[in-house]
Ligand binder design. Structure first.
Ligand code: ADP
Length: 300
């Protein structure tokens, strides 16, 4: 078998992209796409030219998250044009190519790999400072395909997103080993949804009586606080949602010798805006991506 004929056009395409960052996760649903989108918005807000590429074939969630469902992809003589959500932030998703969002994508490996290659080869990004690649969860054939196509063009590394539970962390270990095996640097691990943090004024306070009745005493609590200690009303209350007695991502990173980038709280507001597809990420101060952003800007 000779060299892959797609590698040359992919390399030509990527020649105008300074930095390529893969966003990976061991499992689905840990916030990989949310993180990718936030990272892209955060970099764009700092005036970098950014591309966000969603190649999660089985669950492309970027179009919904950014309110871009139903967008058609235009083709010019330069290639497929990304959808621009900001003048310096272009988005391309496999989801734009699928006819119906409810349709299950049941494709075999070669077809998926073919589409990934086409994406890498045919999207016209122009000059980019950063290309953020939202990869599928796990370590599948598609990952090998992405790495094989991008690595010769110089991938800066991968950021792995996880939640603190053991079930997610076990898969992250596999992800780290995958990166080591294929020679992709692990830029670091982000622990998402570490705790639930909300302003104390968002809480409802209940008093439980012995007979199981609940009484809403929120008003009473606030009145009391206002009178006795008004500064308490500015507190943020946090609670650990997931069981992290196993030491969470910090311990895993120490054991595996990869950088830990930081913890990100579960933010109900963020969940709401992502669900609504309101281009939320612009007006949030990119909490999710903050720990990774620092490292990327400083080190790359
Ligand atoms: P993945 O890409 O890993 O499958 P998503 O990014 O689609 O995960 O996130 C799964 C769900 O969790 C989405 O509804 C998203 O809005 C929500 N979510 C992710 N991170 C957070 C967070 N830090 N706070 C609140 N909701 C979050």
């Amino acid at each position: 078998k000779g060299p892959d004929p797609d590698l040359v056009p992919i390399a030509e395409r990527m020649a105008t992209v300074k930095h390529k960052i893969l966003v990976l996760s061991g499992k689905g649903g840990v916030g990989k796409s949310t993180f990718s989108a936030q990272l892209a918005f955060a970099l764009a807000a700092r005036d970098f030219q950014v591309g966000l590429l969603d190649v999660d074939i089985c669950g492309p969630s970027i179009p919904k998250m950014l309110g871009l469902e139903g967008q058609e992809i235009h083709q010019s003589n330069l290639g497929w044009s990304p959808v621009y959500v900001e003048s310096n932030l272009g988005v391309m998703s496999i989801g734009f190519m699928l006819p119906n969002p409810d349709e299950a994508v049941i494709w075999r490996g070669p077809r998926k790999n073919g589409l990934i290659k086409q994406f890498l080869k045919d999207v016209y990004w122009g000059e980019l400072d950063f290309l953020i690649v939202d990869a599928p969860p796990g370590t599948s054939d598609e990952h090998i395909s992405i790495v094989q196509c991008l690595d010769p063009t110089g991938v800066d590394g991968a950021i792995i997103v996880t939640t603190p539970q053991q079930v997610s962390l076990i898969d992250v270990r596999k992800e780290v080993n995958f990166c080591k095996k294929v020679g992709v640097k692990v830029l670091g691990v982000v622990e998402n949804m570490s705790s639930l943090c909300q302003p104390i004024t968002d809480f409802k306070f209940l008093r439980m009586s012995d007979n199981g009745e609940q009484k809403d005493v929120t008003q009473w609590v606030w009145e009391y606080m206002k009178e006795k200690a008004p500064e308490m009303l500015n507190l943020i209350a946090c609670t650990e949602v997931f069981d992290s007695r196993g030491g969470g991502a910090v311990k895993m990173c120490n054991e595996m010798g990869v950088p830990f980038l930081g913890k990100v709280p579960l933010d109900p507001q963020l969940c709401k805006v992502a669900e609504e597809g309101t281009s939320c990420f612009t007006n949030k101060d990119c909490v999710v991506s903050a720990p990774a952003l620092k490292k990327i800007i400083e080190e790359l």
